[in-house]
Design a protein around this ligand. Structure first.
Ligand SMILES: Cc1cc2nc3c(=O)[nH]c(=O)nc-3n(C[C@H](O)[C@H](O)[C@H](O)COP(=O)(O)O)c2cc1C
Length: 205
């Protein structure tokens, strides 16, 4: 599939085949593409919590979705969370570059100081906003990468407190998306919804 075909083929699936299972190996192929998504300072704040084997957790997440049938029928429920303090990972994430001689110790120290100032000076609300926008790019990349591997997805709304409790999230982890993944039964595909025209969506100056 070229990119346009892929973007056209991805849609929010409704009706998953409950007998389809995804393997860890298949997930790894998808995530090899997901990890290429961009993020500010390359901080990669998104984590994907994939619930597919633990029926109790899957049931709880279905409850969190308001009981949507598709959550129970999907092969996996994928909760995308984001680390609102990802800037504190700067040293760890760039240690490899220092080891390889791509970056000096001094450059790493400067980078740690720069990211700390950037986020701490702008405060908690900005840190949360930035964490969410970065993780959203990973979530979109996930839906496209999954489709490219023959899997269908749908974002689903959720009760934040139930998701947090089910996955025992740390206070610094914020839930950004809950997605379901599976193979859509092609008998009743969901119709593509209305899209705003170019003239309404795009302003050219
Ligand atoms: C944040 C978010 C929450 C959504 N919640 C639900 C949901 O709870 N149930 C559902 O069936 N679809 C849900 N959707 C899917 C949207 O309805 C869908 O993306 C939109 O109608 C456009 O259709 P398409 O994805 O097929 O292009 C959600 C989408 C987003 C981005």
């Amino acid at each position: 599939m070229d990119f346009t075909q892929l973007a056209q083929a991805r849609h929010s699936a409704n009706n998953f085949d409950p007998d389809m299972h995804i393997t860890e190996r298949q997930l790894k192929v998808i995530f090899d593409t997901v990890k290429l998504a961009p993020s500010a300072f390359n901080l990669q704040p998104a984590t994907f919590q994939v619930v597919m084997n633990d029926q109790q957790k899957k049931d709880a997440l279905q409850r969190a979705s308001g009981g949507q049938y598709k959550v129970g029928a999907a092969s996996a429920v994928v909760v995308v969370t984001t680390n609102t303090e990802a800037y504190k990972e700067t040293a760890r994430l760039n240690a490899g570059a220092v080891m390889l001689g791509i970056m000096s110790e001094q450059e790493l120290d400067d980078m740690v100081a720069t990211t700390a100032h950037y986020y701490e000076d702008q405060g908690q609300a900005f840190q949360q906003f930035d964490a969410v926008r970065n993780a959203s790019l990973f979530a979109m990349q996930f839906m496209l990468a999954a489709k490219n591997e023959g899997w269908d997805t749908c974002p689903v709304s959720y009760d934040d407190a139930i998701v947090r409790e089910t996955l025992q999230l740390a206070p610094t982890e914020q839930v950004v998306f809950m997605l379901v993944l599976g193979k859509e039964k092609t008998t009743h595909p969901r119709m593509r919804g209305y899209r705003k025209p170019f003239s309404e969506m795009v302003k050219i100056y």
